[in-house]
Write a protein that binds this ligand. Structure first.
Ligand SMILES: CC(C)C[C@H](N)C(=O)N1CCC[C@H]1C(=O)O
Length: 732
């Protein structure tokens, strides 16, 4: 590839790519590649836990820990990809080779999800699960290597396509790049769960995980092909030898040399890296200084991702305690997460074309580091909103008994009203086939209850920390039955349903999604978890049946009572009574939108800016390495969620949200101080200066090198990236 000179500026013009509206055409292939790759990654990730649970038949704990390990690995492997790209293969070849690895991994996942491969007895279940487990683990490892490995290279390779004077276009590229990440992820997280829900298979019909993994695999192949098609148009910066090894050796030498000259008799040097001057090229030392300065600035950043990543965990759990009915549309708790990419798609253009130019017009110098600081504050604000929503939810949650208490509900199974007397309560009249509206709270232990006229007395034992229902038989002199009720909100927005059979014949209750089994006379079924929406139960007694339809919200619990008077047939619906044990969620999921809005606005300011900042502040030979450093902050954030969020569990969820918001504000304060002392640089300019100086005569050369160095270290000589691409003296 021949690099041309830009006659106007005398600066390097990148590649042989045609330009469209001032943008190199080559970046079209890069953003399409990113779109397909993110579709592939997020699509596969969307069904991964379900694959572990329902295909590999792992328990919840194993499924979630392998899932999180995989995600963490995906953000650790960028270091590897960046080192290979910057030191050895160059970005272009690294992307091609690792994309092939990635696509093989996706294909392995798709193949591992085909039942029929090992289903020799044709019973619809795999006979050799080890084959599926091993193949899928190999697949996941290759995917982690591929997706992580290419990620810093693709972003940096995109940035490389712009000439030095195209700062504005390059910034827009990083915004479009982020749009593609989120466009791809949004589409795939909608599509792959639908594909998974299809039935497919050769010998028996199963949920179609192979299709749900197969389509992302196909998209990864498309990503690879698109990237190769653009091959002739790219600017491909050559790697400059084993740069990472040189960097490590140079840093090691500087530390050793500094230690050797620790005595006061040696004059101090401006920077500790200057102690490598005896042995290493000044340009390399200057480049290492650039990288270290940025990496130092990154130390507080994982805290942002710690909060950001809780969207997928804590916020989704919060959504499970909320009501997801949006008119006729029902949103599932985990679907709320798609609000993030949707908002990205709207906020990135708004920020770029309205907000930032407006701020600029007001004369404010909204530097990249200022944007990132505001982004962090917005994320903290999102957590304050989450805390307020949590307080609202807490008000609506039932009060469950403490460990020393017990709660009791009453259900009259008879066909006549009965009066119940319990200690500390007024006499209670219970109509036929009715339950008490509430649970009565007692200290656990034995209590005396009397029922009816003449009174029948009984002493019943209440279990500690339990909720129970006393089933009062139609003949109150018969034995009284106590059920064990649930003592927490059903998980994941499901509804916990059970049936009490007051008839003197056995009843079978079923719905397409669950079977309550045979319920003996005067007995009750176990709870079954049912999704929200309309459900029709079919009750069978011998050959007679009865259909009972009802609509469920989110997170409720009901006991349905089948009275002795039930007449099977078309009008049986009215005879069945429903006792509400736990109210459905009433706080609306729409209340989560403000917190999603703030975290996404924060992400746009923080992450899109950080991506571009990492590119613009990196020396030419370590662009991918600094991108990997940026992605490493995401990985650390993931780890903190896994570890600290578990340890930091406070009794009140809202308090935990406030704690995280405060932590981020504290970290943001530290970051803003660090940012104040950061000097923006133009690595290309500095490198050019060094190279030029090296060619001049010795005396002059020495003098200029010193001058360049002083300039580099001077905080005020900074190049700021304002909207008009003017150099400005800027500090936070
Ligand atoms: C979680 C969303 C689907 C994607 C998110 N908005 C995002 O773009 N990212 C989260 C980590 C960095 C970045 C990505 O590159 O995926």
């Amino acid at each position: 590839m021949t690099d041309k000179e830009d006659p106007k500026k005398g600066k390097e013009k990148r590649g042989t790519s045609k330009e469209v509206c001032g943008y190199p055409l080559s970046i079209f292939f890069i953003v399409v590649n990113e779109f397909c790759e993110r579709f592939s990654y997020y699509g596969m990730r969307a069904v991964l836990v379900l694959y572990f649970k329902y295909f590999l038949r792992w328990d919840d704990d194993l499924a979630t820990s392998i899932y999180h390990t995989f995600v963490a690995l995906c953000y650790l492997t960028p270091i590897l990809g960046a080192i290979v790209a910057d030191s050895w293969l160059g970005k272009f070849k690294t992307i091609i080779y690792l994309s092939i690895v990635y696509a093989i991994g996706q294909v392995a996942m798709a193949v591992s999800a085909i039942h029929d491969i090992t289903d020799t007895d044709r019973d619809g279940t795999p006979d050799n699960m080890t084959f599926h487990v091993v193949l899928s683990m190999v697949g996941l490892f290759l995917i982690a290597l591929g997706t992580g490995g290419i990620k810093p290279c693709v972003a940096a390779f995109g940035g490389d396509q712009f000439s030095d004077h195209q700062d504005r276009q390059r910034r827009t590229f990083f915004s479009v790049f982020y749009l593609c990440i989120n466009g791809g992820s949004l589409l795939s997280t909608i599509i792959t769960p639908i594909l998974r829900a299809q039935d497919c298979g050769i010998h028996s019909q199963q949920k179609c995980y192979s299709l749900a993994f197969g389509v992302p695999a196909a998209l990864m192949l498309v990503a690879l092909v698109v990237f190769i098609v653009g091959s002739g148009m790219y600017y491909k910066a050559e790697p400059q030898g084993n740069i990472m090894l040189d960097v490590c050796k140079c840093i090691g030498f500087a530390i050793k040399n500094r230690y050797r000259h620790r005595s006061n008799q040696y004059p101090k040097r401006q920077h500790w890296m200057d102690w490598a001057e005896e042995k290493y090229d000044k340009l390399l030392i200057a480049q290492i200084k650039m990288v270290l300065k940025v990496l130092f600035l990154y130390i507080p950043l994982p805290m942002f991702w710690t909060l950001f990543d809780q969207k997928g965990s804590r916020w989704t759990l919060q959504a499970t305690t909320m009501n997801g009915h949006f008119g006729s549309l029902v949103i599932q708790p985990d679907q709320m997460q798609t609000v993030n990419p949707i908002l990205i798609l709207t906020l990135v253009p708004i920020m770029d074309s309205v907000i930032y130019p407006l701020i600029n017009k007001c004369g404010l110098n909204f530097t990249p580091l200022k944007r990132m600081t505001v982004g962090m504050l917005l994320a903290a604000l999102a957590f304050v909103c989450a805390a307020l929503v949590q307080i609202e939810i807490d008000k609506t949650l039932p009060t469950f008994p403490s460990t020393s208490q017990s709660q009791l509900k009453l259900l009259n199974m008879g066909s006549e009203t009965v009066t119940v007397k319990m200690p500390g309560n007024d006499p209670l009249n219970l109509a036929a086939a009715q339950a008490s509206n509430e649970y009565f709270t007692f200290e656990a232990g034995q209590i005396d209850i009397s029922i009816g006229h003449p009174e029948v007395r009984n002493t019943i034992s209440l279990a500690k920390g339990q909720r129970q229902t006393l089933l009062i038989p139609s003949n109150i002199t018969e034995e009284w039955l106590m059920t064990d009720d649930i003592t927490s909100k059903p998980q994941e927005g499901n509804n916990a349903i059970r049936f009490v059979n007051g008839m003197n014949t056995t009843v079978n209750v079923s719905i397409p999604a669950a079977n309550f089994g045979l319920i003996e006379p005067f007995s009750y079924s176990n709870y079954s978890l049912i999704k929200n929406g309309k459900v029709t139960f079919t009750l069978w007694s011998g050959s007679q049946s009865c259909e009972y339809s009802t609509d469920f919200g989110f997170g409720s619990s009901y006991t349905f009572f089948i009275p002795s008077t039930l007449v099977f047939g078309p009008n049986c619906q009215e005879s069945i009574t429903a006792a509400e044990d736990i109210k459905p969620n009433s706080v609306h999921m729409a209340l989560q939108i403000p917190q999603y809005f703030f975290i996404t606005a924060g992400e746009v300011m923080f992450s899109v800016t950080g991506l571009e900042f990492s590119y613009s502040q990196a020396p030419s030979n370590m662009k991918a390495v600094l991108q990997a450093g940026w992605l490493f902050t995401v990985a650390i954030g993931n780890f903190i969620v896994l570890i600290v969020a578990e340890l930091a569990k406070l009794p009140k969820q809202w308090a935990e949200y406030v704690l995280f918001a405060s932590l981020l504000v504290a970290v943001c304060f530290i970051f803003s101080i660090m940012a104040y002392f950061y000097t923006y640089i133009d690595p290309a300019e500095i490198e050019a200066q060094f190279k030029k100086n090296v060619n001049e005569d010795d005396e002059d050369n020495k003098h200029k090198l010193q001058k360049t160095e002083v300039e580099m270290n001077k905080r005020d000589s900074i190049k700021c990236h304002d909207e008009d691409d003017k150099d400005k003296q800027t500090k936070m």
